[in-house]
Design a protein around this ligand. Structure first.
Ligand code: NAD
Length: 370
């Protein structure tokens, strides 16, 4: 029997608790059916933590997040907490988790499930079978670089400054994550920057090239300018396997790629940190959608993005490839059977609630594992 896997669940606000409840059911199914057991702790984050403790995440929750193998995060935010200062915003909880766990690599898959190929804004033949992984650098670049700020420069003029800055080690550690991922996929990595107009982009390209030569020569590496990549993602997205890029370009390109797949309710993500002395990589898994206050508490949310985030957790934190694939196949089977939550509803399909979608996925797991 394998050692227990330690998970911290942070449901957060709005639909966060509703979608994470469906993950809890899959974990219970796995506890019963597979040779793995999960130790699951739960904590507050976002608005829920602000209400209970006056901060968006407590030191105790951060300590727990540092101690477990992986964090499963729902979503935070809502009208109740809007208009407060930066520290009193629900999002401050997520930002602190990212910072304290040192989560520098953000993995955003853009995968199109065959039954949903028609939901994309692109022609189905361009997106059918699409399976791209975007690795975005998450803790450096222009969102954090100094100097920054707005200054008065006299004569009614003001000046806004942000600084795009990357160091060798920041580039290499995220590129290494991307090369390793490529090895487990189709073995192709495209590194994206703007070396034609930015020194930080030139350094990015040089360091990725050097790392490739030193440690990952078996992976097929290409380079692309960020503007070309934005164009190619809508022109011929099937050409990409893994893309690695900086914080700013990654922010934009991963949202663009996400939209190729149809719905927010289908998109998972992982944020990974460095490997520690015990060989464990800090990790947080979350759907890319927010707390959806407009549908919260009504059993309407699509739990699939959260469930696929859990599948990523199985794959990247626990190396449980088969179990991860099982969850993904169960999702695909349920979609192929015509079940749809409201956000992905299509003509002729059966509209179901969050909990019925969860029931159906458990039944599909039973069938697949039989
Ligand atoms: P959102 O992602 O919460 O919702 C956008 C739209 O998509 C809404 O119409 C919503 O009903 C729908 N939607 C989202 N997820 C869905 C799901 N799983 N199933 C069905 N429909 C779904 O974005 P928003 O409305 O811009 O923000 C709402 C709140 O969430 C804000 O407070 C925002 O700050 C916060 N937010 C949090 C995160 C996070 O926790 N990581 C991310 C984005 C936004």
């Amino acid at each position: 029997m394998a050692a227990n896997k330690k998970l911290l669940m942070l449901p957060g606000d709005g639909i966060g608790p509703e979608v994470l409840r469906q993950v809890r059911r899959v974990i219970e199914w796995m506890d019963r059916r597979r040779t793995v057991t999960f130790d699951v702790e739960e904590g507050l984050v976002g608005g829920a933590a602000l209400d209970a403790h006056g901060v968006a995440v407590t030191d105790e929750t951060i300590a727990k997040a540092l101690a477990v193998d992986a964090v499963l995060f729902g979503a935070v935010g809502g009208p109740k907490w809007e208009g407060k200062g930066f520290d009193k915003r629900p999002e401050a909880g997520l930002l602190r988790l990212r910072k304290d766990l040192g989560l520098f690599a953000n993995l955003r898959p853009a995968t199109v499930f065959a039954p949903l190929a028609d939901a994309s804004s692109l022609k189905p033949e361009l997106v059918r079978g699409l399976d791209i992984m975007i690795v975005r650098e998450l803790t450096g670049g222009v969102y954090f670089g100094e100097p920054r700020g707005i200054t008065d420069i006299g004569n009614g003029e003001r000046r806004g400054v942000n600084t795009q800055v990357y160091t060798t080690s920041e580039i290499r550690r995220v590129a290494a994550v991307a090369f390793e991922l490529a090895r487990k996929r189709k073995n192709r990595l495209c590194s994206v920057e703007k070396h034609n107009v930015m020194e930080s982009g030139l350094l990015w390209k040089e360091e990725v090239t050097a790392l490739h030569k030193e440690s990952f020569a078996d992976v097929e590496l290409s380079h692309m300018l960020a503007d070309t990549c934005a164009m190619q993602l809508v022109r011929n997205p099937g050409q990409f396997d893994v893309i690695v890029t900086d914080n700013l370009f990654g922010d934009i390109l991963s949202d663009e790629a996400a939209m190729l797949t149809g719905s927010l309710g289908m998109l998972p993500s992982a944020s990974l940190g460095a490997v520690d002395a015990s060989g464990r990589r800090k990790a947080l898994y979350e759907p890319i959608h927010g707390s959806a206050p407009d549908i919260a508490g009504r059993d309407l949310a699509n739990p699939i993005a959260m469930l696929l985030s859990f599948a990523m957790c199985l794959r990247y934190s626990f190396d449980m490839q088969e179990d991860a694939a099982l969850v993904e196949k169960a999702v695909e089977a349920v979609l192929a059977g015509g079940m749809r939550t409201a956000d992905i509803m299509q003509p002729g399909m059966a509209k179901v609630s969050t909990s019925v979608m969860g029931d159906s996925i458990l039944r599909a797991l039973d069938k697949l594992a039989a």
